[in-house]
Design a protein around this ligand. Sequence first.
Ligand code: SF4
Ligand code: SF4
Ligand code: SF4
Ligand code: FES
Length: 950
Amino acid sequence: MTPLADDIDRGTPASLAERTVSLVVDGTRVEVPEGTSIMRAASMAGFQVPKLCATDSLQSFGSCRLCLVEIDGRPGTPASCTTPVLQGMIVRTQTERLKKLRRGVMELYISDHPLDCLTCAANGDCELQDMAGAVGLRDVRYGYNGENHLADTKDESNPYFTYDPAKCIVCSRCVRACEEVQGTFALTIGGRGFESRVAASADVPFLESECVSCGACVQACPTATLIEKTVIEIGTPERSIQTTCAYCGVGCTFNAEMRGDEVVRMTPSKSGKANSGHSCIKGRFAWGYAQHKDRILKPMLRASIDDPWQEVTWDEAIAHTASEFKRIQAKYGRTSVGGITSSRCTNEETFLVQKMVRAAFGNNNVDTCARVCHSPTGYGLKTTFGTSAGTQDFVSVEKADVIVVIGANPTDGHPVFASRMKKRLREGAKLIVIDPRRIDLVHMPHVDADYHLALSPGTNVAVLTAMAHVIVTEGLTNEAFIRERCEADAYEEWKAFVADPSHSPEATEAATGVPAASVRGAARLYARPGNSAIFYGLGVTEHSQGTTAVMAIANLAMVTGNIGREGVGVNPLRGQNNVQGSCDMGSFPHELSGYRHISDAPTRALFEAAWGVHLDDEPGLRIPNMLDAAVDGHFKGLYVQGEDIAQSDPDTKHVVGGLKAMECVVVQDLFLNETANYAHVFLPGSTFLEKDGTFTNAERRIQRVRKTMAPKNGYADWEITLLLSKALGFEMPYTHPSEIMREVAALTPTFAGVTYEKLDALGSIQWPCNDAAPEGTPVMHRAAFARGKGLFVLTEYVATDEKVGPRFPLLLTTGRILSQYNVGAQTRRTANSLWHQEDRLEIHPHDAEQRGITEGSWVKLASRAGATTLRALLTDRVAPGVVYTTFHHPDTQANVVTSDYSDWATNCPEYKVTAVQVSPSNGPTQWQVEYEAHSEKSRHIRHAEAVPAE
Ligand code: SF4
Ligand code: SF4
Ligand code: SF4
Ligand code: FES
C-alpha cells in the first residue's frame, strides 16, 4: 500500500520551534525548524535514511544503529535519529562506508530472525524486510544456526493481536509507544543482552496484564512481532480509505485498510487532528459488529408486539410505515407522531430526520439522545457564552497548566484524549478531579491528582459555587478580563451572591462531603496565573441541576479569565461520536440547525422557503414528554433512528409503558435492540463503514465518514429516511450526502463555509466556518463571546429531591468503562466483552459487610422506581454510602432503578443520583423475568423464504 502523504514516517517527531536552520543533505539544501533531527530533515529533503528503532510518533532512542550518517567536519558516523541539525551542516546519508555499516547491522538482526518472509503475515508490510532490501542485504555471514530466539512461544492471549517473540528485534518501539503515546506503562524490556525480551506487566500474558489494548504498540512495531490477528487471518491490506471512528466523541481519524471488500484492520491516522495517530480498543479493534450474525439485514413488520417478526421487502416496509403514520395522524391529530434522531448517525442523516418530522409529519416532535446526556451543556453554555459547544480543540490541553476534570472519566470514556491529557500531566500540569468515585486519573503511573474532591453525588453546584466563593473572597478574580469581556451588572450581582458566607466551603462541607480545605486549595490552584482548563462529562449534566452546574463551570472560567485562548476553556466531553452534530443539526424540538429557536419568524421563513412547507412555530415534545403523552393516550407513533431508549433512558418501566401504548413504533438500527422489543416496524440500519457523511466531535470538528463497502442491508440510513419521507408525501431529492451538507451550509450561519470539497482538502473543520473563519475556529470566544459579553449566572444549590432515607440509604451513580460503549449493542458483539462480560455493582467493603454481601455475590439493587439484580464488586474506589454501576448489558436493567427526576431546564435525566438499597439477592425480580420472557419472544423472526406463497 502506498502511504498517504501525511502518513510518511519521518523517523522523529516534528520540532515546534519557530526558528529554522538550513543544511544540505546529499547535495540538497533544506530548511527545517531548529531541533529537528538529521533523519527528519533528510526525509523532508526527500531522502529516507534506513531506520528500525525510530518512528515519528516517538522520541528518538538511538538503539539500532542503522541510521548512521556522515557529517562534514565530524568524526565517526552518528545516528541521524538522535543528532539534531545545525545551521550549515553538510550531511551524507548514502556513502559506500555507510551502506557497509548498515548491512553489517542488518546481518546481525537477520541472523536471529525467522526466514519465513514469504509466509509471514506481514510480508510486504514489514519494516525489517524493507530495511533489509534498502541496505542491499543479500546474505548473512554468520549463518542461521547460532543461538537464537526462534523457538520462543507466542502470546496469543489478546483477542486482537499476537506477540511472537521469535520475530522481535528488541527495538523498544512498543515499550515507548505504551509509555509516550498511550501512557499506560504496561510494557518493559525484561532481561539483559541476549535474554532481553518484551514483557507485559510482570511478564504475564497480554490479556492478564495492565494492557488496555489501545494498539499503539502494534502500530509502532516494525516487524510482525506484534500484529493484528485479522492481518494473519485475512492477509495484508491492499488499499486504504480514511474515515472517522463511530464510537466516542473524541472522533479519531482512521484508515480503514481493505483487502477486496473486507476490512482487514483499522489503523489510526497521523493526520487525524483529534487523535494524531492514536486510538483506543474500540475504534482500533471493535469494528467486527459490522459483520456480526445478529445484524438484521431485511426490513420486518408485525401487527402486534407479541407477534413474531415477518421479513418483508423494502417497498412493503416503507409503504406500511407511511400508511401507519398517516392513519395515526388522521385519527389522533398532527402532533400524535414524532421522531428521534441519533447521535450515532451522521450529521446528514440527523438533519434529514428532523427535516422529515418538521416537514412531512408537520410538527416539531423531534428530539435526540443528546437529550439524555448533554442537553444541559447546550442550554448552559448558550446562556453564558452564547454558543452550545465546547470552547477549545483537544490539542489545546497541551498548553494547560492546571487541568480540572469534573464528572468525567476520560481514561474510560474518551481514552485517546485522556492519553493526550496524561502526557501533559506527566510534563508537570496540575490536576484537580471532582468526582464521587476515585477514577483512574486520580492515581495512575506517573499521574497523581493534586486534589480529588470526592463529593457526594448531586452536589456539583455546591462545590463549584464554593470554589467561586474562594476565588471572589480571596481576591483571585481577573478583573481586567471581566471588565472588558463580561456583563458588568450580572457580574456584580453574581459576585455578591457567591461571596455570601452560605456559599463558603466551610458552610457547604456538610452537604458536599468535601473538606473545606480541599475546596479552598483546588480553587486557589485553578485561579492561579497561567492556563487552567476544565473538562467535564455526564457527571455534570445528568443531574436535576445539570444546567446550573454547566453555568457554574462557565462562571469559574470567566471570573479567572480562563477562556478565549489556547490551554484554557470549558470543554464538554461528548459521549457518543456525533452528540455535538446531532444537536447542531436541529434535532431538538425547539431549535432549527445552528441552535435557532423555532419561534423565530425570520429563521423559520428561511427554512420554509427552502423546503416549500409551512413550519409549526411551537416547540414540539421532548423524549420524556413523548413517552408521557403516549402513556396518556395522545402520542401514538414514533420513528427512532439509531437509539435504544428502552435500555438507555431512565425509568425503564415508564419507557416501556410509553412504547407499549403506541400503535406504530418504528426502529431503525443494526440489531434488534431493546426498543425493538416494543416495535411494529424494524428497518435495518447501516454501519459507518457502509455510508458517506460527516460526524462532529466534541471539539466541534466536522470530519468525513467515507463508505468502504456497499450497505449490507441495501440502503444507507439517509436513503431510508428519504424513502420514508417520499412515501409520506414529502420528497427530498438528494443523491449524495454532500448535497445535504450543502443545504445545511446554506441554512446555517455557523456551517456556511462547510463543503465536502473543503473537508477533503483540510481533513476536518471546526465550526463556526464562514466568511469570517473560512477554515474554521479551533478556539472560540477569543476577542468576544459569541453572545457579545459573557454572562455570569447565579447558581443557587438546590438539593435533588432524590434523597437517601431509611429505605434507600445509598446513592447510586452510573458510568461507563473502556471496553464497552453506551448500551453495548456494538461492543458486546465483539471480543471486547472479554474485558467486561457483565455490569457489576461497585460497593464499598464497609457497606458490603454491613449487608452480608461478598465479592461476586448476587445482589438486589432497589430504588423507588424499581429493582434489578447484578453481582457485587467490592472496592474502595467508591466512598461508603455510594454505589456505582455501568449500563452496557441489557440484562443488568440498570435503568429500571434510575428515577424520572430530570434537569430543571432541559429534562436531561438525573442518572447520576438515585437513592437505593442493596441487599443479598434471592434471584431475578418478577419484572426482570417478565421482561426477559417478552424479549425472548420478541426476537422470533419468520424469514421471507419460509413464508408460503400466496
Ligand atoms: S496495546 Fe496499548 S496499552 Fe497494551 S501494551 Fe500495547 S501500547 Fe500498551
Ligand atoms: S515487539 Fe516489535 S516494537 Fe517491540 S521490541 Fe519487539 S520488534 Fe520492537
Ligand atoms: S477514543 Fe473514541 S473516537 Fe477514538 S478510537 Fe476510541 S472510541 Fe474511537
Ligand atoms: S533508527 Fe536511529 S538508531 Fe535506530
